[in-house]
Design a protein around this ligand. Structure first.
Ligand SMILES: Cc1cc2nc3c(=O)[nH]c(=O)nc-3n(C[C@H](O)[C@H](O)[C@H](O)COP(=O)(O)OP(=O)(O)OC[C@H]3O[C@@H](n4cnc5c(N)ncnc54)[C@H](O)[C@@H]3O)c2cc1C
Length: 414
């Protein structure tokens, strides 16, 4: 695969851009692979990438029922942060955040990582106490965060209203090296890197069944035929329950729609990400100038990838209290993604009862930020049988009562 560089742009400019190669091919499935990954979202593609890069396993296929990055990876609001309370969470999210810092250079693909800083507003005394606690935990975990005063919040975000009608801003937990990245580019960058290692990224190939002999996975049935595999990784977010069913086990995961919306583009007004968990909304400004707004998840299980009026009204009304200027903006688009929620709002990276079959899911409303760390850990687990980063996230923790209760740490988990 030819490298993207300033010289490549100059060369192609001189020959009317006729020499660019396809970033990834459209291969037909082979009869079998050493590893098959189901789900070409960020987590599936990153798993394949680190299987090749860290463990030399390149006879790999990544299968997706739709187009790559067409699931939640291409539908999220792109917040990247690692200011979690619990040690296992901070470890994997900080690993991911630090990999994001140099991912563009590593993949030779501009993922537009923007470490513009993320602040989580404290709007009740309870939140102040919670974030002071998280700040201290982060210091021990080696995650750089700081509790900042309301005045400093105002300095960083001049459009904010500190004395909201219901909840005044009392301060914020500030992570200066957190930020955003271009979500599609993360999927595309990993896909291109996988293809350049000789892996097959196969789109429009839905997995419809899983075959096993003597308790060991042997193949997957797909809409493009049966494909043999020695190892199988299930990385399908909101469809994890359905795939687990095919593999013969049950998961403590519920699927619900999570929605987001964007406003019309305006001039730059906010160069950090603000999360207001008490009123339940968060906002950043995209490079195009749109205000990117997200709220909570639906309160009922569903598989819709659509938005609803109720959410627009609920989220925008809440954010208008803290950002009154929002009331004068037109909202342009809204959409939804199917997120996979576990009871303790923490992910699953785990072996399963089916030998050779591994699962990565449960990232719920906040898995975009974890993609590089999650792929790193899942690849290690698949290649070596264990991974220090994944250890606490086994699916058996629900049976054994070892919850990683991040839901107490943040009302919104993005
Ligand atoms: C509106 C919204 C906002 C969000 N905001 C943030 C945020 O700001 N920050 C953050 O960190 N996270 C956020 N998230 C969460 C984040 O998007 C997800 O956790 C993450 O993208 C999950 O990635 P994934 O690769 O696991 O899943 P996906 O990207 O959903 O990929 C799973 C893939 O599996 C495929 N698949 C499913 N079933 C099959 C099958 N039978 N056969 C083959 N393929 C199959 C699907 O087609 C899909 O492409 C948000 C999510 C949503 C919906």
């Amino acid at each position: 695969m030819k490298r993207y560089s300033v010289f490549a742009i100059a060369r192609e400019a001189l020959r009317q851009h006729r020499g660019w190669e396809r970033a990834w091919g459209s291969p037909e499935p082979a009869n079998s692979y050493d590893a098959v990954i189901v789900g070409a979202g960020g987590h599936g593609l990153a798993t394949a990438y680190y299987l090749g890069k860290n463990h030399g396993i390149t006879n790999v296929a990544v299968l997706d029922k739709g187009w790559l990055g067409g699931g939640n990876t291409g539908r999220n609001t792109t917040i990247i942060r690692s200011n979690y309370l619990q040690d296992p969470s901070a470890a994997i999210y900080e690993k991911a955040r630090s990999l994001y810092e140099t991912l563009s250079q590593e993949l030779n693909y501009n993922i537009m990582f923007s470490p513009r800083g993320v602040m989580m507003l404290a709007q009740t005394e309870h939140e102040v106490r919670g974030y002071l606690r998280t700040e201290r935990a982060n210091a021990l975990q080696g995650v750089e965060t700081r509790f900042i005063s309301a005045q400093e919040v105002k300095r960083l975000v001049p459009i904010i209203r500190l004395d909201g009608p219901r909840y005044p801003v009392l301060g914020a937990l500030w992570q200066p090296r957190a930020g955003t990245a271009r979500h599609d580019a993360v999927a595309w960058g990993y896909a291109r890197a996988c293809a350049s290692m000789g892996m097959h990224v196969i789109q429009n190939c839905a997995v419809t069944g899983i075959e096993a002999v003597g308790g060991q996975v042997t193949a997957v049935n797909t809409t493009k035929g049966t494909i043999g595999c020695k190892k199988l990784g299930l990385v399908v977010a909101g469809h994890s329950g359905a795939l687990a069913d095919m593999a013969g086990f049950r998961l403590p995961v519920e699927s619900v729609a999570l929605q987001a919306l964007v406003s019309e583009p305006i001039k730059p007004i906010m160069d950090v990400v603000v999360m207001a968990n008490t009123v339940h909304g968060y906002m950043s400004q995209s490079d195009k100038g749109e205000m990117v707004i997200g709220g909570g998840a639906d309160h009922f299980n569903n598989y819709t990838q659509r938005g609803s009026w109720q959410h627009v009204e609920e989220t925008v009304r809440a954010l208008c209290e803290t950002f009154p200027m929002l009331s004068r903006l037109k909202m342009l688009r809204q959409w939804g993604g199917i997120v996979d929620m576990t009871g303790d709002r923490s992910p699953i990276i785990s072996k399963t009862p089916l030998e050779g079959c591994f699962i990565n899911c449960g990232w719920g409303t906040g898995g975009f930020k974890a993609i590089p760390g999650s792929g790193w850990a899942m690849a290690e687990l698949m290649a070596r049988g264990n991974s220090p980063l994944a250890e606490a996230f086994s699916m058996y923790r629900f049976r054994e009562g070892r919850f990683i209760d991040e839901s107490v740490a943040a009302g919104v988990a993005h």
